[in-house]
Design a protein around this ligand. Structure first.
Ligand SMILES: C[S@@+](CC[C@H](N)C(=O)[O-])C[C@H]1O[C@@H](n2cnc3c(N)ncnc32)[C@H](O)[C@@H]1O
Length: 234
């Protein structure tokens, strides 16, 4: 980037001065240029920053979940990425991914992935997912569906109890609504996350900020939560 070009536009067409920290300017650039929307994993579209995928790889390796529950499948690229992490680790890991609509082009086939076409926040869906968790599973949860505050807050209530001690609960796209991008989004994942962390159930989690420091920015600021309290008995 040329220092004489003193502004970078964000997705809401407002502007940020390059006088901000370089990491924030780079975040604006990465968001507004939309490269993450044209990213693929083994040919399947995946809506993630490569640096966030590297963080996923590190926490999956470190915490070794048996089951990843993902809300928001889209084209299935992220589910395939998680399944392939389990392939590389040669574990019995499984992925359950939920989306309100199915993908017209079809999903990538992989024996570790179970695709569920339902809204993530109905009591029936939550009960179905609970029934698929085995008592000995170490469970990781990723929330990446509807990014409105109320939806994410509901998902946090429904799915945070599944997360095992030491495993992660990832609240995706906490960067919108001005944190720091897409200021016109309206209350979203970050607002839901702040409310959750102040609640009784949120006290069992802490934001892992150290894990993202090495890259300087993530699309999930404060959204990489590690369970420090025990999972409620099912
Ligand atoms: C950001 S995309 C998911 C991206 C995907 N995880 C990836 O990284 O490639 C969000 C998805 O959430 C789905 N969605 C929206 N509302 C939902 C709901 N109530 N329940 C489940 N999925 C929902 C949308 O259909 C969309 O495919």
């Amino acid at each position: 980037m040329n220092a004489s070009s003193s502004f970078v536009s964000d997705a809401s067409s407002s502007f940020v001065s390059i006088g901000r920290p370089v990491s924030t300017v780079f975040h604006y650039f990465a968001y507004s240029n939309g490269g993450f929307r044209k990213t693929h994993w083994l040919g399947v579209p995946i809506l993630k920053l490569p640096t966030d995928l590297w963080i996923y790889h590190e926490i999956i390796w470190k915490t070794r979940p048996d089951l990843i529950v993902e809300t928001g499948t889209c084209k299935g690229g992220s589910a395939l990425f998680f399944a392939n992490m389990f392939d590389l680790m040669a574990t019995d890991g499984r992925v359950i991914t939920i989306d309100i609509t199915s993908c017209p082009e079809g999903y990538p086939e992989h024996p570790r992935i179970q695709f569920i076409t339902k809204s993530s926040t109905t009591p029936e869906t939550a009960a179905l997912i609970r029934s698929l968790v085995r008592p000995t599973d170490r469970v990781m949860v990723i929330l990446d569906s509807d990014h409105s505050e109320s939806h994410v807050r509901n998902e946090l209530d429904l799915y945070s109890p599944l997360v095992s001690h030491g495993c992660y609960l990832v609240v995706e796209d906490t960067n919108v609504n001005g944190h720091p991008v897409y200021r016109t989004h309206g209350p979203g994942p970050m607002e839901a996350l702040i409310d959750f962390l102040a609640s009784d159930s949120g006290r069992g989690f802490e934001s892992d900020v150290a894990i993202v420091d090495k890259f300087g920015f993530t699309f999930q600021p404060r959204g990489w939560l590690r369970r420090v309290g025990r999972r409620a008995a099912s």
